[in-house]
Design a protein around this ligand. Structure first.
Ligand SMILES: Cc1cc2nc3c(=O)[nH]c(=O)nc-3n(C[C@H](O)[C@H](O)[C@H](O)COP(=O)(O)O)c2cc1C
Length: 339
């Protein structure tokens, strides 16, 4: 058992990324039951709904899982209220993952509750700040990651720099990990574990829209692109997405409504260039929406149940550990050899 496993109580040193709209109770609980760290995305959920969602996870798994917040999107007041509601419902072995630095008050609430605070960062500077806020685990996000990008370094380089500066920190890597062999390679470079998002987007338990799931399952790394086009609702942050009809050089089109979706417990219109992802309940021009996807998609295939995905991941990880194998092959579902 390595340090990440013992700090968080996991069978596998693998964390599922919180993914707003996609990582609901079903995905989180399925990942947790499979022995990895599931995460329930609270995104912009109001506190009372956060409480209900946490209760749904607690009812379906007795293993560790996380609630995930994005302080930059929710804002400090909502973030703190979400956490306070969640902390009242969370079992002692649950933990909290934050995308970017939370404010000191929110961090303090988590640490004081006895839960481990896991903070995802993209720079060495923020790694130091996260440790000072009391983070027990850092997630180092590299530029190959799917979704919103926190820094400008590939994960292996950020890992190298952070390990050199903070030799005792518990470090997981995000971006570029979709197979057990990927994880073994990161561990050999000094990580204690990894976080994966894209791997879980096409799973049966994910709440992503079926069109989006299929696009991720079919995609390879070069089908993804970093863009600032999806800035409505999340300005100023580059996102790695699947290329679509809005991501090329085409001039910006009117930000009229292109779909409706279900978020925070109600149906809402989606403007073109919104940061909202297409979910199962989205109706409209799904192809034009932000389909977050990491370069690891080359090694993600099919729409399989989480239990099977994690089992395959575990077998490849154990095999890589036995043979010191560092191949990127994912196993029988691998679709192409490109990375
Ligand atoms: C569809 C999608 C949605 C995401 N939404 C969130 C989120 O709500 N909260 C969060 O902490 N990170 C979010 N992320 C970023 C992940 O935390 C992580 O950096 C990324 O998934 C790692 O790269 P990978 O997708 O290639 O595994 C999202 C990523 C994806 C792919």
């Amino acid at each position: 058992m390595n340090r990440l496993q013992s700090v968080l109580g996991l069978e596998l040193p693998l964390l599922q990324a919180g993914m707003g709209g996609i990582a609901g109770p079903e995905l989180c609980a399925a990942v947790s039951r499979a022995g990895a760290g599931g995460a329930l995305a609270l995104y912009k959920e109001p506190p009372e709904r956060a409480r209900e969602l946490v209760r749904a996870v607690v009812a379906s798994t007795s293993r560790p899982f996380a609630v995930n917040v994005i302080p930059e999107v929710s804002g400090p007041a909502l973030c703190r209220a979400q956490l306070r509601a969640a902390l009242e419902e969370l079992p002692a072995h649950a933990f909290v993952t934050s995308f970017g630095l939370p404010d000191a008050g929110a961090a303090h609430d988590v640490v004081r509750s006895g839960r481990v605070l896991v903070i995802q960062v993209g720079t060495l500077h923020d790694a130091g700040a996260a440790l000072r806020l009391g983070a027990g685990v850092l997630v180092l996000q590299g530029t190959g990651a799917g979704g919103h990008l926190l820094g400008e370094l590939p994960s292996a380089r950020l890992l190298h720099e952070t390990r050199a500066r903070y030799s005792d920190a518990v470090l997981a890597v995000a971006g570029g990990v979709a197979t057990g062999a990927d994880l073994a390679r990161m561990l050999a470079r000094g990580a204690d574990g990894a976080m994966a998002g894209t791997l879980f987007v096409p799973t049966v338990e994910s709440a992503a829209h079926p069109y989006y799931k299929q696009r991720v399952a079919d995609a390879s790394a070069d089908d993804t692109v970093v863009t600032t086009r999806f800035d409505i609702g999340w300005p100023g942050r580059p996102h790695r997405v699947l290329r679509n009809s809005l991501t090329g050089k085409a001039p910006r089109r009117p930000a009229t409504f292109i779909a409706t979706t279900w978020a925070g417990g109600s149906r809402l219109p989606v403007p073109r260039y919104s940061a909202a992802v297409p979910v199962a309940a989205t109706v409209g021009r799904v192809e034009e929406m932000a389909m977050y996807c990491g370069r690891s998609c080359s090694r993600v295939a099919g729409q399989h149940p989480v239990a099977a995905v994690v089992e395959q991941f575990r077998r490849a990880y154990e095999a890589a550990g036995r043979s010191h194998e560092t191949s990127t092959e994912g196993g029988p579902w691998k679709k192409r050899s490109s990375r």
